[in-house]
Design a protein around this ligand. Structure first.
Ligand SMILES: [Zn+2]
Length: 423
């Protein structure tokens, strides 16, 4: 048993309790005690005086290998960014470079306090292996694009992937049609049926830009969400990435079918896509998971920064300082994201939950004086204050050192891929 003593515990439980001089005990993969200070005998003690423990962040939507494209396709319009830069670079990706990009992302996620990620990329197998190597967990998928001649094979691979990981404690799988605009209705319907038949959720981009949203209405007389509903896809759990342009009727469908919105504020800002109506979605009680999107459009995997931006932009956009509270921003980065992605075993610090959490120092000027800890975390905090990340009870990051991954080798390999494949 490992016992973390004298920490401030930001629990994100039903009452949003913050315990000032708290104790968190871990046995194996699980948290076994969370509460006021309590003595434990025969335990390994970690003194957390002057530190705060948060639940591990859950990143609702990313494309991990896109870390390799970070920094050389910026300040471009989405369509040029995609067709002139990202797609040609993706065509040069190899299995090894994808794996390396995913490992670089895993380093960054671990360093910035994220322990679970929902990913979409060309080969979910590579992502699953990288996550396991990193000690993380998540939902993986192999992206289905109608224009790609191999989409039949990708679907077979996606079904095989689900079979391979069906009893895995750390990896889940999803069926991932890229978006409405990259498939025909017949294909979307077929892929939706495959998800339902194999008991998998659907992970898809949805109403990211106004052009995408309006062109869908032009083609089908329906918004993307209404089309997915008409095609029967909403009978599966659906994880809808972006949702910047959802109509009120779309939101009603999302609510009625218990679908989930993956909110990517930084990516939507950087690509000039717009600002999703998060306050309205929160008011309706929709399932929301905060997300970074891929590193070519963010350009980080830093969920802490994402949380701060989510706490700020909706205030400005709505000229309403109460639009999204600190508690709400923290909730959609942790427990709300768990709910949205169907994880009942994580997202809060409570006995019986998976031991996924981070320890950050409060011994920095930006976190003083110690007033309202949750407000400090969201508006003044920074992932660089994280000293330790624990996932499934295992320490993944500890004061600058990664316990599972070889940082220097991953950095060197990334540089080599940049020089040889993408420059
Ligand atoms: Zn995306």
């Amino acid at each position: 048993m490992t016992v973390y003593q004298h920490a401030a515990l930001v629990t994100v439980n039903d009452n949003f309790d913050v315990i000032e001089n708290g104790t968190l005990a871990v046995e194996g993969k699980l948290i076994t005690y969370v509460g006021p200070y309590k003595d434990f005998e025969n335990a390994e003690i970690v003194d957390c005086t002057g530190k705060v423990i948060l639940p591990g962040f859950i990143n609702g939507h990313s494309h991990l290998p896109m870390t390799l494209f970070r920094g050389y396709a910026d300040d471009m319009r989405l369509q040029e960014w995609l067709s002139d830069k990202v797609m040609p670079m993706e065509a040069r990706h190899t299995k090894r470079s994808m794996r390396n990009g995913a490992l670089l992302a895993a380093l960054e996620l671990t360093r910035s306090g994220c322990t679970t990620v929902n990913d979409m990329y060309y080969d979910g197998n590579i992502i699953a292996e990288a996550l396991k190597e990193a000690g993380m967990s998540g939902t993986v998928s192999s992206c289905l694009i109608g224009a790609m001649p191999n989409h039949e094979a990708v679907l077979e691979q996606a079904i095989a992937l689900a079979e391979k990981y069906k009893n895995d404690p750390d990896i889940r799988t999803a069926i991932a049609p890229h978006a409405e605009y990259t498939a025909t209705p017949a294909l979307l319907e077929k892929w939706g049926r495959a998800a339902i038949e194999t008991g998998q959720p659907i992970h898809i981009h949805c109403s990211e830009t106004l052009t995408e949203h309006e062109e869908c209405i032009g083609r089908h007389g329906l918004t993307p969400v209404a089309l997915f509903d008409k095609l029967g896809m909403t009978e599966a759990p659906m994880y809808l990435a972006h949702c910047v342009y959802l109509s009120d009727e779309d939101m009603e469908i999302v609510k009625a079918k218990n679908l989930s919105v993956l909110h990517n504020p930084c990516s939507n800002l950087k690509l000039g896509s717009g600002i999703a109506r998060l306050p309205k979605m929160l008011e309706m009680g929709l399932n929301i998971a905060l997300s970074t999107d891929g590193s070519a459009s963010n350009n980080t995997e830093d969920m802490w920064e994402e949380m701060r931006i989510a706490g700020l932009i909706h205030k400005g956009a709505n000229r309403d300082a109460t639009a999204v509270s600190a508690n709400q921003a923290l909730y959609i980065a942790t427990r709300g994201a768990a709910r949205a992605l169907g994880y009942a075993d994580r997202g809060s610090l409570e006995a019986g939950m998976r031991a996924d959490f981070t320890i950050s120092t409060l011994d920095v000027p930006s976190m003083r004086p110690l007033t309202n800890i949750t407000n400090l975390i969201v508006y003044s905090g920074n992932s660089r204050d994280i000293e330790m990340t624990v996932a499934g009870g295992k320490v993944l990051y500890d004061h600058g050192e990664f316990t599972k991954l070889d940082k220097e080798k991953i950095f060197a390999d990334c540089q080599e891929y940049f020089e040889t494949l993408f420059r």
